[in-house]
Each structure stands twice: as C-alpha cells, then as structure tokens.
Ligand binder design. Structure first.
Ligand SMILES: [Zn+2]
Length: 678
C-alpha cells in the first residue's frame, strides 16, 4: 500500500477555560484516532495543535481577576496541555499563539495582503472610553435596551428580549471598564474582501467534495454562507492584547482573532521544525502539493476552516512564490451534550477532563466517546453508558478474551506460545477474521467513519470470544492437549491483532497487551498475520479494565445540579407564577412617533379603569395610524421603565412572523376593554 504524507490539525482550544468532554469528542479524539492509525499504517504524518491565546474574552477574564492576560493564558495553556496528556493525545506539538513565531507568521500574512492591495480600509464609529483611553469592544459596553428597557443590555444585543440593534441605538451606554459614558469616535479598520474569493471557494469545495467526499454538515453550512454572499470582514480591531498590526500609525490595533488563530497551525509547525533542528521542515508539509491536509474541527468552526482559511491561503498564493496547500478535508463533528443537556460551566453542568481522568483511566473514556461520536448529529455522554461500555464491552468482551487466553498460556503451556497443530475450519475462520477486520476498519477510518470503525474493533473481540467458547479449550486441555495448544496459539495471534486495531482508540490498554505478548507494534496491514513464533515467551498477564461499581456512577450523577434550565427552552413555571402576570385587554387610543427613536412608537392605551403610556418597539412594522383603535393585550403590572426620557407603563404582546416582522396580538370586538387575559 502506498505511503501518504499527511498533515493533521485540530482546532486550537481557547486558553480562557478548561476543556470538557464535549471538546474531546469534537476536534480531538477523532483526529487522534486517525493519526494513531495512520502512524501504524506507516504514513508520514504530523499532527499539530496549540492554544489560541488572544481576543477579548481573555482580557475580560484578566480584568475580572485584576491580573495580566498572560497569567490567564499561562494557566489555561498548562491546564489544557495536561488534560490532553492525560487523555493520551498524540500531538507532535502543542504550541501557543502568544509565541513570537506566531506573531511573525500572522504579521507576514497581513503584510502580504496589504502590499498586494487586497485589504480595504474603512472608517467606522465605535465607543471610546475617554477615562481608560481606549476603544471599547462590543462586550465592554453595557446600557439600556432600546426595545425592552432592560438595563444590562449589551452594546449590540439584548439578552432579555434577544433583539439586535446598532450600538448607536443603545440607551445610556456605560463602559464596563470605568463605568463612564463612552463617546462615539471614528476609527479605521482593515477589511479582507472575502466576496472576491467566493467563486474560487465554491469551485475548490466542489472539487474537494467530488474527490474526497466532504461531510454533509460542512457542505450545508458553506452553501448557506455562499447563498448569503460572502462579505468584507474586519481583520483588525482596537485592542492591546493580540498580534500588533504591522503598519505605521497603527498603535492600539491588533489582528482580529479569527484572522490570526487559523494561521497558528502554520506557526506551530514552524515551532516543531525549530525544535527538531530542521527549520525548513514545515514547508515540507504546508507547501508540498503531495501533502494531504486534514483539518479536524467542531461544527462551530466550519466557516473559519472551509471558507476563511482557504481564502487567506489563496490570497497568499496569488502574490507569493512559495505556495500553500489547502485543506483536503474538513471533517467537522456536531456537539456532544452531557446527560441530555448542553455543557455549562456556569451552571455546573458537565465535567472537566482533568477532574474526570483523576477518577477514571483514559481508555474507557476514549472508548465511550469514540463509540458515540457526534459525527452526524449531536449525541450525549451518559454516566450509565460510560459504565456499561466499560463493564460490558471493554471488560467483559475484550478484557475477558485476553485474560482467558493468557491464563491458559501460563497455566498449561509454561507462558510460551504453544505449537499450532492441524487447523480445523473454525481455526481458519478466526485467522481469516484477523486478516479481514484490519482492512475493514482501515477503510472506515480513511473515510473518517470513526464510530463505525470502533464498532468493528469490538466485533473482532466478539468474534474472538466466540472462537474461544466454541473451541472449548477447558475440555481439550484434558482430552487433546495439541488441539488445546492450537486454540491458544490462534487466540494469542488474535490478541496481537486486537492490540493493533484497538491501539488508536485505547492506546494505554493496547500498550499493556503488546507488553504481555512481549511483542512490538507492527504495521497495520500485517496486524492480522500470525507473527508470534512457536515457543515465543510471554510476559505476565495484567488487568486491562477494572469494572466500575454502580455506587461510583451514582455518586457522579448525584453531583449534578438537581433542577436545571436548558438554554433555548423556556423554564417551567407554576400556575401561581403565571397568574402573577396581569394581562389585560386595552384599546390603543393614540399613537405617535418619537424623534430620533426610529424603532419606537409612543402609545396611549385605555385599560378601562385607567389610561397609560406605553413605549413599544413596533415602529418598523406599524405606522401610528394603523394602531389606533386596535384592541390589544398588554402586560399591566410590568415595572415602569424610562425609554428616551419617556415613561413606559406596560408592554404590548406581539409575535414574530417568519419574515421577522412583529404582529401585535389582537382581540376581537366582543371582548371588553380591561378584561383579564388568562
Ligand atoms: Zn431588550
């Protein structure tokens, strides 16, 4: 089989928090399994990853803790590196984007685009904190929502009513750094014209898909971006923390994280080259058209790896002599949830990797996650499933077969590989399975069907257990020792094959199996050949998997918060809670526009017993005269709020149609003004 040259990357984890099991299932475990398999196959492969260490969230965490951003990234870089080590990730390098080699690489790309005249400069208005003397990124500004009056709304969206608006519409903006009122100031930024590359991108993805079969979830997301039309994207922002813009008069400006983080793969490979004392090694992978580049990611990263990164590489290649290769495939996974809900650090839902691996070995976790990867749809991690996969599959099928085989070899054949006598059809079938399974598994792994491959690995162990049962060595050991020897010989060869095919998924147990066999890893396609000679000395047997007791699993489940709200799903409330909302039928008796507030209307409503003023965000959908005379439903006991200096005493009920237009809820004429709605 022809050897391939392969470059594998996994999305760079953000150094602003510990990784959890969901991350492992997305971009890391599938890549690691693929890489370990390719190494066994003898392919020339490198696997690079590292921490993504710039961006606003890191500066906010640093601000909260009153430390420098460096403290935050050092902490989470070390923590995540340790978690990956414990999990058995086989990276060639785990780099970081704060290193000088990365800053240089990213600046070189920016400079090349700038020199080629690709980047466009645009002026925009942005909040500026005069006390802190800095431009404020969106997340640093808070104010009152122009739609619902919520006072802790973000600069461009409101968490309470989920509306989006221009930062200039925000009422009473406040800087989250100094609490001062920021001013709008003009700033200029550089934009990458993504649209210019759309046609090229569509052809590139089409070609790659035809040749290599891209996943549907990836193609769908790309098509939806193409349908909307690719737009200019800012590649710089006003911030201190990050890769400095390499131009004169650009103090206080850094490269946007989306732009530089993907280049981190190249920087990481350069760091690896330097460590190996082969400074040009990185070119051997990134700039050789014979390299197959596979980028493993989670679904939230599709656009960056299938659209933006290739467009950037194309822009580089258009203007430079040394040319980069493009991703050949971008196998993106969907998300893993935890016990039926999304992972959430703040709600205490889920488990960090280090915490998990301090309680349980890595192999059962790797196997459980691999057997249930979110390849085509979101999946869940359940503690009970973890226990079942460990006890009923790893321990009872694979572990049991290996253990029985070694017990026989040591007890009845002096710890040596017994002689293989005459082969019966049942023996030949087992030997045939040892040849066929590695081929079948290989074909699946090449197509990134890792979940199916893992199923086949365990199927080989099932076949082996059945062979052991059907040949009944516990009987033949008394009646026909040579026949028993043949069974044990073939079983030991099968353990060798199992160690080989399981190695990508459970490397720690596989290493124990090789040690017990007193044999080395071999290449994938001879995994099924009988290579242990008669008389070969075996080592002592070790326990591969320990069973996990019910009590241990129940303790873990009991640690989860009892009542949980799921984002996106409304919280359940009691009838009493609902009845606290005073919904009334009201008639709109007057309506008018508000100067400077183009989305709001000032309404006077009659509630029967009283008249009130309500400020409603419906100006885009109704003219004042459309509303006068309508009988509508209002929340009559909503706490009054001030919007544009005007008092608003209540809220109008409205629903959104499929075009995003608000329609006020109307009541027919037979209902009296002031009637309670329940
Ligand atoms: Zn709002």
């Amino acid at each position: 089989m022809e050897k391939e040259k392969v470059l594998v990357t996994s999305a760079l984890p953000y150094a602003n928090g510990p990784i959890h099991l969901g991350h492992l299932s997305g971009a890391y475990l599938p890549a690691d399994i693929y890489v370990r398999y390719k190494r066994l196959k003898g392919d020339d492969i490198i696997y690079v990853c590292g921490s993504d260490e710039h961006g606003v969230p890191i500066t906010i965490t640093a601000e909260k803790e009153k430390v420098e951003p460096k403290v935050i990234i050092d902490r989470y870089h070390e923590m995540n590196k340790k978690a990956f080590d414990m999990f058995g990730m086989d990276f060639d390098i785990y780099s970081r984007t704060s290193l000088p080699v990365h800053h240089e690489t990213a600046q070189t790309f920016f400079k090349s685009f700038y020199d080629q005249g690709i980047l466009k400069e645009k002026k925009t208005l942005q909040f500026y904190d005069e006390k802190a003397k800095m431009f404020l990124p969106d997340r640093y500004v808070e104010g009152t929502c122009p739609r619902c009056g919520y006072e802790e709304a973000r600069s461009d969206e409101c968490e309470k009513c989920s509306s989006h608006y221009e930062p200039t519409e925000l009422i009473n903006p406040k800087s989250k750094i100094t609490g001062e009122t920021p001013v709008l100031r003009e700033t200029s930024h550089w934009f990458f014209p993504l649209g210019k590359y759309q046609e090229w991108l569509e052809n590139y993805i089409d070609e790659m898909n035809k040749k290599y079969g891209w996943k549907d979830n990836v193609l769908q997301q790309c098509r939806s971006w193409f349908n909307d039309g690719l737009k200019d994207r800012a590649v710089t922002r006003d911030l201190d923390w990050g890769v400095k813009v390499p131009l004169e008069n650009s103090e206080g400006k850094v490269l946007y994280v989306w732009f530089e983080a993907v280049l981190g793969y190249i920087s990481a490979t350069k760091e690896l080259s330097a460590k190996k004392n082969q400074p040009e090694l990185w070119r051997n992978y990134w700039q050789d058209p014979g390299t197959k580049y596979i980028a493993f990611i989670g679904k939230d990263n599709i656009v960056f790896h299938a659209i933006m990164f290739p467009a950037m590489l194309k822009a580089w290649n258009d203007g430079n002599e040394d040319k980069y290769i493009y991703p050949q495939n971008v196998p993106a996974n969907e998300f893993l949830n935890f016990e039926g809900k999304k992972f959430s650090k703040s709600r205490g839902w889920g488990i960090d990797v280090i915490e998990f691996l301090e309680m349980f070995p890595a192999d059962p976790l790797r196997y459980t996650l691999a057997a249930n990867l979110p390849e085509n749809k979101d999946t869940d991690f359940y503690w009970k499933e973890f226990q079942a996969r460990n006890n009923n599959e790893l321990a009872d099928i694979l572990g049991n077969f290996v253990n029985r085989t070694f017990t026989f070899a040591h007890k009845h054949f002096e710890g040596k590989v017994p002689k293989r006598g005459e082969l019966l059809p049942i023996d030949n079938e087992m030997l045939k399975a040892n040849k066929e399974f590695p081929e079948k598994i290989s074909a699946l792994l090449e197509k990134f069907k890792i979940k199916d491959a893992v199923l086949e690995m365990m199927n080989l162990a099932r076949t082996a257990n059945k062979y052991f049962n059907d040949t009944e060595p516990w009987k033949t050991v008394k009646s026909d020792k040579e026949r028993c020897g043949t069974t044990i010989n073939i079983s030991l060869q099968t353990v060798y094959t199992l160690a080989e095919v399981f190695y990508p998924v459970i490397p720690f147990a596989a290493a124990k199996m090789f040690k017990m066999l007193n044999a080395e890893k071999t290449d994938w396609f001879s995994a099924g050949e009988a290579k242990l000679p008669e008389g070969h000395r075996l080592n002592k047997a070790e326990i591969l998997f320990r069973k996990i007791e019910d009590k241990v699993i129940e303790e873990q489940i009991a640690k989860l918060p009892a009542t949980e709200e799921e984002p996106g799903k409304p919280k359940e409330i009691t009838y009493e809670e609902f009845s606290e909302i005073d919904l009334r039928v009201a008639k709109i008796i007057d309506a008018g526009k508000i100067p400077k507030a183009e989305k709001l209307l000032k309404l006077q409503v009659d509630l029967g017993s009283e008249k009130r003023q309500i400020i409603a965000g419906v100006a885009k959908f109704y003219s004042p005269e459309d509303l006068i005379g309508k009988k509508v439903v209002v929340v009559a006991n909503l706490r009054p709020a001030k919007l544009f200096g005007l008092k608003s005493e209540g809220m109008l009920l409205a629903s959104e149609n499929k075009d995003g237009q608000l329609k006020v809820v109307e009541v027919d004429d037979s209902v009296e003004i002031g009637a309670k709605v329940k």
